[in-house]
Design a binder for this molecule. Structure first.
Ligand SMILES: Nc1ncnc2c1ncn2[C@@H]1O[C@H](COP(=O)(O)OP(=O)(O)O)[C@@H](O)[C@H]1O
Ligand SMILES: [Mg+2]
Length: 259
């Protein structure tokens, strides 16, 4: 066999091995993320069924029902995320692109976090430049992107911190959105982990009520389907800024060709 052909064959094999390794890791992570909340549901509902034997106090009943409810909610969001990421990875994901007002979508996303921010004692600021033009995009997916990133900003910012959300025009009809927090921050290596499916920087933290590490990879893929880019700038201990750039409507014909 000629040398070049051999090298090509070798590299194809390495690539296939890698793909299958990524796939088994994906499945291992996925089963962990699904099993953990399911075990909570099974365990605590079992305790409730033993009520007639053990006469549980009201307080405990409420506590168990709450744990079951939270675990089920978590399970649903993990399943939705896993379906999203697999659909995206298979290249079958399509956008419902129309003319949208990014400022309005962003405002609605920010509003839905007001309560959470005030409970966490984090100042949530929102500034919209007056020069925003309509772009072509999928309103529901844009909302999902903003929600994922704002929820991270709040989740990783301790009390008395701030989260700043701004949007401005690019000059070529696009929009730049910045979501900046004063929270725990990440090193360059940690940013790489955060953008990998199931990647969470500090696995030791209590995982409850938290995502499965799919939020950022989904957000990044959705931004890219819009022909845009997602960039994370961060330093350990001094906060994180997520910058989303979405192209103007004249540049987004690429979006529809995905259909
Ligand atoms: N604003 C942020 N500040 C610090 N760390 C962050 C921030 N956003 C994301 N991360 C890190 O990236 C990881 C992955 O984020 P994400 O994909 O949204 O998953 P999840 O929120 O489910 O953990 C988080 O677990 C966290 O370690
Ligand atoms: Mg998240």
């Amino acid at each position: 066999m000629r040398h070049r052909a051999r090298v090509a064959e070798q590299s194809a094999r390495i690539e296939a091995d890698l793909a299958s390794k990524v796939k088994s890791e994906f499945i291992a992570n996925m089963s962990h993320e699904l099993r953990t909340p399911l075990n909570t549901v099974i365990g605590f509902s079992k305790l409730l069924t033993q009520h007639h034997l053990r006469r549980l106090p009201d307080k405990e009943i409420v506590e168990y029902a709450t744990l079951i409810h939270d675990a089920a909610g978590h399970l649903l969001s993990v399943i939705n995320d896993i379906l999203d990421i697999s659909k995206i990875q298979s290249g079958k994901y399509t956008l419902d692109a129309r003319e949208v007002n990014v400022g309005e979508i962003l405002a609605a996303s920010v509003s839905s976090f007001r309560m959470m921010a005030s409970e966490a004692h984090v100042d949530l600021h929102f500034t919209l430049a007056p020069d925003l033009r309509a772009i072509r995009g999928d309103a529901q997916k844009l909302r999902q992107i903003f929600t994922n990133i704002i929820s991270n900003a709040l989740k990783f910012t301790p009390a008395e911190g701030t989260v700043d959300v701004t949007a401005r025009g690019t000059g070529t009809g696009g929009v730049v959105i910045s979501i900046r927090d004063s929270g725990v921050g990440m090193t360059a290596e940690e940013i790489g982990i955060a953008l990998t499916p199931f990647g969470q920087v500090d696995g030791g933290r209590s995982r409850w009520r938290e995502g499965a590490g799919l939020g950022l990879p989904i957000a990044k893929a959705l931004v890219e389907l819009h022909g845009g880019s997602l960039e994370l700038r961060s330093n350990k201990g001094s906060g994180t800024e997520a910058i989303i750039t979405l192209p103007g409507r004249d540049t987004v014909s690429a979006v529809e060709s995905h259909k």
